[in-house]
Write a protein that binds this ligand. Structure first.
Ligand SMILES: N[C@@H](CCC(=O)N[C@@H](CS)C(=O)NCC(=O)O)C(=O)O
Length: 203
């Protein structure tokens, strides 16, 4: 049995979406972060970083949301990883780009706006991070020109991983309307039954 640790309304969200896409049976164990459960010994045995998410599949355990998604695809729906080395390379490229390039400035702004009291916010950091976004979003928008999906015109893990990072913009109320290709791509992804099942879990 697969167990996913963490809430679908957190970094674990992209793993819930992938679990729904691969149609694996799973259970969810919420971790009470306010009570410090993520830093307590039982959970640290599963994820020594004390962060959400983590996943166990029988005796096997894995942490880091993108690595969890890679494992789920490889184990339960390998076509999500691409069907030849070139497609696989591009799936990996978008996953790496979204976590290493796009997510850091979004998370910097998210932390400031959501967790730091207004009078203590680092406005210089917010502005510096926001200034990085147009170039990054343009790269994605241009890559999606004339395409429904990011890699080989097939739905893949690249779409899940990249869209899950872009969706942070919505939580920040950062307007992405001018990026029309991103908007239509997100629209097509949100029509997927697996995505809708994941969204229901977030309510
Ligand atoms: N790189 C990690 C980041 C996970 C992460 O930062 N999770 C947050 C919740 S959304 C967390 O557990 N924060 C607690 C902490 O940093 O102590 C991943 O993608 O799995």
């Amino acid at each position: 049995m697969i167990t996913i640790y963490g809430s679908p309304r957190s970094s674990a969200g992209r793993c819930f979406w992938t679990l729904e896409e691969v149609e694996a049976k799973y259970e969810n164990k919420e971790i009470d972060m306010r009570a410090g459960e993520h830093k307590a010994a039982p959970y640290l045995e599963i994820n020594p970083n004390g962060k959400i998410p983590a996943l166990t599949d029988g005796e096997f355990n894995i942490w880091e949301s993108m690595a969890i998604n890679n494992y789920l695809a490889a184990a339960y729906k390998p076509e999500l990883l691409g069907s030849n080395p070139k497609e696989q390379g591009q799936v990996s490229q978008w996953t790496t780009w979204s976590i290493a390039e796009l997510q850091p400035p979004l998370i910097d702004v998210f932390i400031q706006l959501v967790f730091v009291p207004e009078d203590k916010r680092d406005m210089a950091l917010i502005e510096k991070s926001k200034a990085k976004l147009p170039n990054l979003l343009n790269i994605l928008n241009t890559s999606l020109e004339g395409k429904t999906y990011l890699v080989a015109e097939k739905f893949s893990l690249a779409d899940i991983n990249t869209a899950s990072v872009v969706s942070i913009c919505e939580h920040l109320k950062y307007d992405i309307n001018e990026y029309s290709n991103i908007k239509s791509w997100l629209g097509a992804l949100s029509d997927r039954p697996a995505f809708q099942r994941f969204q229901k879990l977030c309510q």
